[in-house]
Design a protein around this ligand. Structure first.
Ligand code: ATP
Length: 457
């Protein structure tokens, strides 16, 4: 089986520049590089020669023109040789498609324009996997979570981890979707840490907490004297993130006026501080997140479609915890170890009935709620094996798991009313303490404040 030095590599792409660049790059790494411009010749080539790795373009300008030419040729190659290792070469916009191609049997993919070191890393990993597979060692083919602390064995989280690995070293703008507490910020940080901007700042802005009047000065900065309190020049978050990553959290909550201003800045890649006439160029990689149904908002003209297109070059969706019950035990054990250490206790175990209870719970506050529930249990537990009674859930947390089991009143109550009532109840229970209420509801303090405002509480 081939190591890099005796590997034969085939590159199929209809762009001569790509063929030339890859030949130059790979020829010192591997034994032989064959390039082919016409995919129609691909199968014939495979008849005559064996290749260890095939780099295959996803976007041939061929008569097929289905947008899926790469997938078409991938299937053809795998039909001929089910063990072929195909690395797809794809453009930004096709990353979703490329992720799907992995399920069809592609070994990996790289995004154009690529970074040479990343491409070589992908080549070596593919050759390693091939070697392991030939030795019958399938463990090595399992995807690793790398250095990131995002935990999860479910397919959904594995796919998220895979996407992070692939997308992080690109300049693609990423939109992260998911309910409160599903790990959106964690993913945003992982994207930054694994990017070429890792040594530069990661700047996070909670857009939901910005009022219209604060928006411009916070994001774009202000000049001395621009408003009463502006005693000196202040850089905005865009400038602070220069060279690094700007994370706009809760982007679905911003007003139409803010959306328009943000769009202009993203189009021009420059900001004009309040009170200044001189735009300042900014170099940022944008990662945004929301728990709002942003496409629904766009359909009702509450969110600009052109802004969505700017921010969602690639999308990552984090499923709610109730849809990945398989991850509950892993996360619970992880948080138990963390909080036991923090509280100078030995790491506890979980009684089987406790695990059962946790797996059956609905987790409306997702991973954050689980994290807090475990922390509470560790502090209060009487012994070192956590029992079901160490976990008590509030009525809202006990919301039914399946719609079928849901209580449906005869006269439907609007969801916002239920939300309002629940917040008032938990707030009263905690005697108005915002931190405890937010914790119990599985919300951040900011998210709770926003809801208090929304419901006029
Ligand atoms: N897969 C995971 N593995 C380990 N920890 C996780 C995971 N997902 C979430 N967490 C933890 O759960 C907590 C909530 O995560 P995070 O703040 O990233 O969620 P979020 O989706 O940004 O929430 P919000 O929408 O309320 O801002 C954090 O403490 C985070 O570290």
């Amino acid at each position: 089986m081939a190591t890099a030095k005796n590997a034969r590599v085939l590159v199929v792409d209809d762009e001569t520049d790509v063929l030339f660049a890859l030949k130059m790059l790979l020829k010192t790494e591997v034994k032989e590089v064959v390039t082919e411009k016409n995919p129609d010749n691909l199968l014939g080539l495979l008849e005559r020669q064996k290749f260890d790795v095939i780099f295959l373009d996803m976007n041939f300008k061929s008569a097929l023109n289905t947008g899926n030419e790469g997938l078409f040729w991938l299937r053809q190659v795998l039909e001929k040789d089910k063990d072929a290792s195909v690395i797809l070469i794809t453009a930004y916009g096709d990353v979703e498609l490329a992720v799907r191609s992995l399920k069809e049997g592609a070994a990996d993919f790289i995004v154009k324009p690529w970074h040479n070191e990343k491409l070589l890393e992908t080549l070596h990993q593919t050759l390693d996997k091939r070697q392991q597979k030939a030795k019958g060692n399938t463990a090595a083919t399992a995807k690793s979570a790398g250095s990131t602390t995002i935990l999860g064995q479910s397919d959904a989280i594995q796919e998220v981890l895979y996407k992070i690995e692939k997308i992080a070293p690109t300049e693609a703008n990423v939109l992260i979707l998911g309910e409160n507490g599903t790990g959106k910020e964690l993913v945003a940080r992982a994207l930054h840490e694994k990017s070429f901007r890792a040594s530069k700042p990661f700047v996070s802005v909670d857009m939901g907490a910005l009022t219209d009047s604060l928006f411009e000065s916070e994001l774009f900065g202000s000049k001395k004297g621009a408003f009463t309190d502006a005693r000196e020049d202040r850089a905005g978050r865009f400038e602070a993130a220069n060279g690094g990553t700007l994370f706009l959290d809760e982007i679905g909550n911003i007003s139409p006026a803010m959306q328009a201003k943000l769009l202009t800045v993203l189009q021009n890649r420059q900001v004009t501080p309040l009170g200044s006439n001189t735009p300042v160029p900014v170099d940022i990689r944008l990662v945004s997140a929301t728990n709002e149904p942003i496409y629904e908002l766009a359909a009702h003209n509450q969110f600009r479609k052109d802004l969505i297109y700017r921010i969602n070059t690639v999308e990552i969706t984090l499923p709610p915890l109730r849809q990945r019950h398989g991850d509950v035990e892993l996360l619970a054990r992880h948080f138990a170890a963390v909080y036991a250490q923090k509280n100078h206790k030995a790491a506890p175990d979980f009684a089987p009935e406790t695990l059962q209870k946790l797996k059956q719970h609905n987790w409306p506050g997702n991973v954050r709620e689980l994290q807090h529930a475990v922390e509470r249990a560790i502090i209060l537990a009487e012994n070192n094996v956590l029992q079901p009674q160490d976990f008590s859930f509030s009525p809202m947390e006990m919301a039914p798991v399946t719609p079928a089991a849901a209580y449906i009143p005869e006269t439907p109550v609007p969801l916002s009313e239920i939300e309002r009532e629940t917040i008032v109840r938990v707030l009263e229970k905690n005697k108005g303490n915002i931190s405890r209420t937010a914790k119990e509801l599985g919300l951040t303090r900011t998210a709770l404040y926003r809801r208090l405002n929304k419901h006029d509480i």
